[in-house]
Ligand binder design. Structure first.
Ligand SMILES: *Cc1c(COP(=O)(O)O)cnc(C)c1O
Length: 379
């Protein structure tokens, strides 16, 4: 038998996430062909949307992604310790005691207020270093960032900060993935209006960026000087409504193998709390995957699984580490492959289908597959 290796070592567990590296490259090309030669900041927060932070980042940088975006400091440090040299922006909020670490690891800092920018300036001056800063403007998400109508205060402070290099100014959309572009247009207008500060004071405008996947797929007028694609690089559309302006290819699949076969007698209850009762004698297989892996319990009696190229229902409540599948009168043998997300033969279960069945978003499905499931890179 061939041995299979993940980032960590030999995989013994049959439950794996397979990453199709060619699909990652294809999706980067999709983004590239939409935005032209503007820099691409590939967003790799939350373990690269479940795809594995370091390896996915390396693949992105090899195929034309220019910069990386992560959510918090430690994610950036992991990338630096793995030897990645590309510019990395930490998108989230900062605490003053973290600033020295940003400088030490050459990570670009999000400055979301005058107060925070002053803390950055103080730390950089005190250490005799320079901080690389992106200013964050809130144009309607009410998350981090200075309100667009007070942006000039942050811009003035940034211009005066002698130990800060102004690497960018950015904002973030609330619903650029939606069919209705009204709010996106309003946010863009607020952003551009705030940015008029620079020409008005005869100052060079720093690189401006606001477009996430939804905007890249639907709103070319938002591309500005750089774009920040996340979910589309993984081959998944941000929502059902989003226009399919690129043919993305899903890169992640979740697979396991049958570990048990039994016949359940008519009238027997299956799983915790007996939420499913066999209507007739039925063949049931057990799969070694559960909500402890991030395969959501909400899919109990709703989700399905591919075995032998056919789709079968999950029956009973999903357990932490196992779940049961009814195969009716068909046969399935121990060690046969079962696919929870991905393709098998002619059948496919997409991460979007799983998300909508579970009452959540495709983002949460990808990110929810936790690190106890080994990632395997297929190229
Ligand atoms: C997550 C995130 C993105 C990427 O969003 P997608 O919808 O996955 O493309 C871009 N910018 C910021 C600030 C983010 O937090």
């Amino acid at each position: 038998m061939t041995q299979i290796y993940s980032e960590e070592g030999i995989i013994q567990r049959p439950t794996v996430v397979d990453i199709d590296v060619a699909a990652l490259r294809h999706n980067v090309q999709c983004a590239r062909s939409l935005v032209g030669d503007r820099p691409l900041m590939g967003i790799v927060k939350a373990n690269a949307y479940g795809h594995g932070l370091v390896r996915t980042s390396q693949e992105f940088l090899r195929c034309g992604v220019d910069q990386l975006g992560v959510a918090f400091l430690e994610e950036g440090i992991v990338l630096r310790k793995a030897g990645l040299r590309a510019p990395i922006l930490v998108l989230g909020g900062i605490l003053s005691e973290q600033i020295a670490h940003y400088l030490e690891y050459d990570l670009m800092i999000t400055a979301p207020s005058v107060f925070k920018l002053e803390q950055i300036e103080e730390t950089a001056a005190g250490n005799g270093e320079r901080a690389k800063v992106h200013l964050k403007i809130d144009t309607g998400l009410e998350r981090i960032g200075v309100h667009h109508d007070h942006a000039h205060e942050l811009f003035e402070a940034a211009v005066a900060a002698r130990h800060c290099d102004l690497c960018g100014v950015f904002s973030h959309f609330a619903d650029a993935h939606a069919a209705d572009g009204t709010y996106t247009a309003l946010q863009l207008e607020r952003f551009l209006e705030a940015l008029e500060f620079f020409p008005r004071h005869s100052l060079p405008t720093p690189p401006r960026h606001i477009a996430n996947s939804g905007a890249i797929l639907q709103h070319p007028e938002t591309f500005l000087d750089m774009v920040r694609p996340g979910i589309m690089l993984y081959g998944v559309y941000p929502s059902e409504e989003t226009r399919r302006s690129a043919e993305l290819r899903p890169s992640l699949s979740l697979r396991t193998r049958v570990v048990y076969f039994k016949v359940v007698r008519q009238g027997s209850r299956v799983g915790y709390d007996g939420t499913w009762t066999a209507p007739e004698d039925t063949r049931v297989v057990t799969l070694p995957v559960g909500y402890g892996d991030g395969y959501r319990r909400a899919l109990s009696n709703k989700g399905s699984v591919l075995i032998n190229g056919r789709k079968y229902p999950i029956v009973g409540n999903i357990s932490m580490d196992q779940l049961m599948v009814s195969i009716g009168q068909d046969s399935a043998h121990n060690n046969e492959e079962a696919v929870l997300i991905g393709t098998q033969g002619k059948e496919c279960i997409t991460c979007e289908q799983v998300a909508y069945l579970a009452g959540t978003s495709p983002y949460e499905v990808l990110v929810g597959i936790n690190t106890r499931v080994p990632r395997r890179y297929i190229d």
